[in-house]
Design a protein around this ligand. Structure first.
Ligand code: ADP
Length: 252
């Protein structure tokens, strides 16, 4: 469903964040991208929906070439791709349900989108999605009064409003404590296993990747250094991805 060929990104300051990365992801896979901070994980995810413009390479979502799309087509493509952010990207002063509703309009809520009048069926959908993440009773509360884990679940409910085929989750649990991390990743797992959404999820910790992913992609200095099943990552592989001095930290 997703095909990436020779993807490279060099930032204007000369940083080579991605170097010739090629992968294919079949529908329904849960892929975790791992690597040190600065390895290129976030750049990689953001090139897929062109929040960051690739320097070279091509990306296809199904039959549509993302890298060739003009503005109107790109909007349509982005509707098929849900995005979940490390810092949740909620409109803090707006209510939980308004944040979820904004998912109807894509994932960069702006003032005009929040003044948009939603239809009754949008509200019904938003409530279904809030119930799904266990936050229906919080619908009227201001987003910034929720805990981090709850805010991320609002982010998930917002992504669900798009009924996306593909979810890009950029370090979705990096700001959360381990127990809360699992409640969020369990939701992503459900979207993957129950709804058949393909998930690409950046994760810092190998232990979380082992628990949730069907497949792990290792990035180091912008290069693909591993592509396989989590079980294949032994001590040697681990050091190839994280460096010689790295030690494994387990998140229970
Ligand atoms: P990760 O998500 O694995 O931490 P990133 O994709 O954020 O890695 O960053 C990859 C590399 O690109 C890093 O060296 C980072 O400093 C650099 N980088 C990221 N964003 C920018 C930017 N806007 N301008 C210049 N360099 C950037």
């Amino acid at each position: 469903m997703l095909r990436i060929e020779h993807l490279s990104k060099t930032y204007p300051n000369g940083t080579r964040a991605l170097v010739d990365v090629s992968i294919e992801v079949p529908k329904g896979q849960f892929v975790s991208i791992i690597g040190l901070s600065g390895a290129g994980k976030s750049t990689f995810l953001r090139c897929i929906n062109r929040l960051i413009e690739p320097t070279s390479g091509r990306i296809w979502l199904g039959d549509v070439e993302v890298t060739a799309a003009g503005p109107a087509e790109l909007r349509l493509i982005r509707r098929r791709i849900g995005m979940i952010f490390q810092h949740f990207n909620l409109v803090k002063r707006s209510s939980v349900i308004t944040n979820v509703l904004s998912g109807r309009l894509g994932y960069s809520p702006t003032l005009p989108s929040l003044l948009y009048r939603f239809r009754p069926e949008d509200y019904a959908d938003a409530r279904v999605n809030l119930e799904r993440v266990g936050l229906l009773e919080k619908e009227k509360q201001r987003a910034d009064t929720l805990s981090g884990g709850q805010q991320q679940r609002v982010g998930i409910a917002r992504a669900l409003m798009q009924k996306p085929e593909l979810i890009l989750a950029d370090e979705p649990v990096a700001s959360l404590d381990p127990a809360t991390a699992h409640t969020v990743l369990d939701q992503l797992e459900q979207m993957n296993k129950r709804d058949g959404m393909t998930v690409l999820c950046n994760l810092h910790f190998l232990s979380l990747a082992r628990r949730y992913a069907d497949r792990v992609i290792g990035l180091k200095d912008g290069k693909l250094v591993f592509d396989g099943e989590p079980e294949e990552i032994n001590e040697t592989r681990f050091k190839e991805i994280y460096g010689e001095d790295a030690i494994q930290v387990e998140i229970a």
